[in-house]
Every structure is written in structure tokens, then in C-alpha cells.
Design a protein around this ligand. Structure first.
Ligand code: C2E
Ligand code: MG
Ligand code: MG
Ligand code: MG
Length: 283
């Protein structure tokens, strides 16, 4: 009896594993098709200045319009894209589109920085920076309107080649931000030695600033340290007016989150930026 039960569980487990493997294979083949069939799109989330509420930048965020599953968020596929290496091709698509977006907005007088997320696997790829430069030149997009977001963990471990390439890009006018700060293990001495412009406080550091004195104290100390290494502070994932107010008071330079503006398709974003450039702050 016990044996039969054990066998039943094993069969169940095997079936589940098989289903997972099939699902992963399907996701991978769907991702390949997505690259070939241009199923990706970008949405844009505003970043505003903490001092006057003006829009200073936007972050480009990837979306996948899956023919059957509908709109997919990066959380459902980026990890698999990284595992399979497909992130390199997807990332190239993103970079090309970001370059053409910068140029298109420039042509209508919208001169905000556009930030783009770069995954570690892309930076491993030797051609990344060359392709990036080519894409910007071909589109006629000035480097000063480009910002690369690299994760804290990647920033801590990037090779001297990558640091060199980043330094060159910055010399052209582009900027570099460390994303998701507060989720990894950072060594500020190491961060200080990297060519960086901004550090983005992860949502986990922002979440409780309005409800917990401790969280506020920690955030304030972290902001001081980041300013101390010569970087601006961007707070991300701001969802309430109360968080927004605290983050302004404790010294964040740039604010981003649903309470200011959600990630939007291009037309909606441009409308938003023109209609209410200062909507974020009720000074
Ligand atoms: P991230 O770069 O840290 O981006 C911020 C994420 O938080 C975005 O999720 C954004 O939609 C979401 N967000 C913004 N404001 C709020 C808020 O007030 N509350 C909450 N709860 N969330 C907020 P999204 O678009 O799903 O992207 C998730 C992650 O996927 C990004 O995190 C980034 O790491 C990655 N990603 C997005 N686009 C790309 C891309 O083009 N290339 C690569 N390699 N990674 C990307
Ligand atoms: Mg980001
Ligand atoms: Mg982040
Ligand atoms: Mg992230």
C-alpha cells in the first residue's frame, strides 16, 4: 500500500517535472519566434525632479505581446531569456528601439534622458558597446540623452573591459545608473570607484519610509552615502503621496513610481509629458 502510494507520488512528480520542462521549451521557442516576428514593444515611465516636479527622464520597459498569452511583463520571460542567451538578441532590439525613440522625440523637441535596462549577459557580449554606439549613430541620437541601468550586483562585479567601455560611453555624454540598489551586497568603496551618475533605490527601501521611522532613517542614511560618492539618487516604486513627500524631504533627487506616472505606451507618455509636466508635486 505504502509502496503504491510512493509510486503514485513519484508518477505525479515526474508528470509535473515533464510539464515544467515542456513549458520551458515552449517559452524558449516562443521567445525565439518573438525576436523574429517583432512581438516586443517598449513602454515609458516618467522620472521627475524632486525639486520642481519637472520630468527629467523616462525609463524604457520591455513588454512582450504574445500572440496567445497577451501582454507579458518582463518578470515572466527575462529570466528564461537570460538563461538561454536570447537576451542578447532581445537586448539588441531594445537598444535599437531606444536609439530611434530618442531621435524621434528629439525631432519634436522632447529632450529627456531615456534610461534602458541592461542585463549582465548583454555586457558579457563583447560586441554590446560597439552595437550600442552604432545604433545611436545610425538613429542620430545624442549620447547625452541615453542612460544605462545596470544592476547593483553587476556593478559590483563588472570586468575592467566593461568599466573601460562604460567610461568611454560616459565621455560621449551618456550616463550610468545602478538599478535595484539595496537588493544586493554593495561595497560603497567599490561603487565609488566606478564611473556612475545615479543610484536607484530599490522599492524595498522606499516601501516603508512613510510608515516606519526606522525605514526612513535607513533611507536617509543610504541617500547620504550615495551623495557622498558623488551620485544622484533616484527613488523608484513610489506608490503613495506620503512616500513621495518623505523621499523629497530626505533628499532624493529624482522620483519614479505609479503615484507619479505608470509605464505608458509612447503616445500616452508624450501626451502625459506635455499635458502635466509638473503633476507629480503639489508644492
Ligand atoms: P526595474 O528596472 O527595476 O524596473 C522597475 C519595475 O517596477 C518595472 O517593472 C516597473 O513597471 C515597476 N514599477 C514602476 N513603478 C512602480 C510602483 O510604483 N510600484 C510597483 N510595484 N512597481 C513599479 P517591469 O516593467 O515589470 O520590469 C521588471 C524588471 O524587468 C525591470 O526592473 C528590469 O529589471 C527588467 N526589464 C524591464 N525591461 C527590460 C529590458 O528592456 N531589458 C532588460 N534586460 N531587462 C528589463
Ligand atoms: Mg530599471
Ligand atoms: Mg529597479
Ligand atoms: Mg531590476
Amino acid at each position: 500500500h505504502a509502496k503504491a502510494q510512493g509510486r503514485g507520488r513519484a508518477e505525479h512528480f515526474t508528470a509535473q517535472l515533464a510539464a515544467e520542462i515542456a513549458e520551458r521549451a515552449l517559452l524558449e521557442s516562443d521567445l525565439r519566434a518573438a525576436v523574429e516576428q517583432d512581438q516586443f514593444t517598449l513602454v515609458y515611465q516618467p522620472q521627475v525632479s524632486a525639486s520642481d516636479g519637472r520630468i527629467v527622464a523616462a525609463e524604457a520597459l520591455l513588454r512582450w505581446e504574445h500572440p496567445k498569452r497577451g501582454l507579458c511583463l518582463p518578470g515572466t520571460f527575462i529570466h528564461r531569456a537570460e538563461e538561454t542567451g536570447l537576451i542578447v538578441e532581445i537586448g539588441e532590439w531594445v537598444v535599437k528601439h531606444v536609439a530611434s525613440t530618442i531621435a524621434r522625440w528629439g525631432a519634436i523637441g522632447v529632450e529627456q534622458r531615456l534610461a534602458v535596462n541592461i542585463s549582465p549577459r548583454q555586457l558579457d557580449h563583447a560586441a554590446f558597446f560597439r552595437r550600442l554606439r552604432e545604433a545611436m549613430q545610425e538613429a542620430g541620437a545624442p549620447a547625452r540623452l541615453l542612460e544605462l541601468e545596470i544592476t547593483e550586483t553587476l556593478a559590483m562585479h563588472c570586468s575592467s573591459e566593461v568599466i573601460e567601455a562604460i567610461t568611454a560611453l560616459r565621455a560621449d555624454g551618456a550616463s550610468i545608473a545602478v538599478d535595484d540598489f539595496g537588493t544586493g551586497y554593495s561595497n560603497l568603496a567599490r561603487l565609488r570607484d566606478l564611473p556612475l551618475d545615479r543610484v536607484k533605490l530599490d522599492r524595498s527601501l522606499v516601501e516603508n519610509v512613510a510608515t516606519s521611522v526606522e525605514a526612513r532613517t535607513i533611507a536617509q542614511a543610504v541617500i547620504g552615502l550615495i551623495h557622498g560618492i558623488g551620485c544622484e539618487v533616484v527613488a523608484e516604486g513610489i506608490e503613495t503621496e506620503a512616500q513621495l513627500e518623505v523621499l523629497r524631504v530626505i533628499g532624493c533627487d529624482v522620483l519614479q513610481g505609479y503615484v507619479i506616472g505608470r509605464p505608458m505606451p509612447e503616445t500616452a507618455f508624450l501626451g502625459w509629458a506635455q499635458a502635466e509636466p509638473r503633476r507629480a508635486l503639489r508644492a
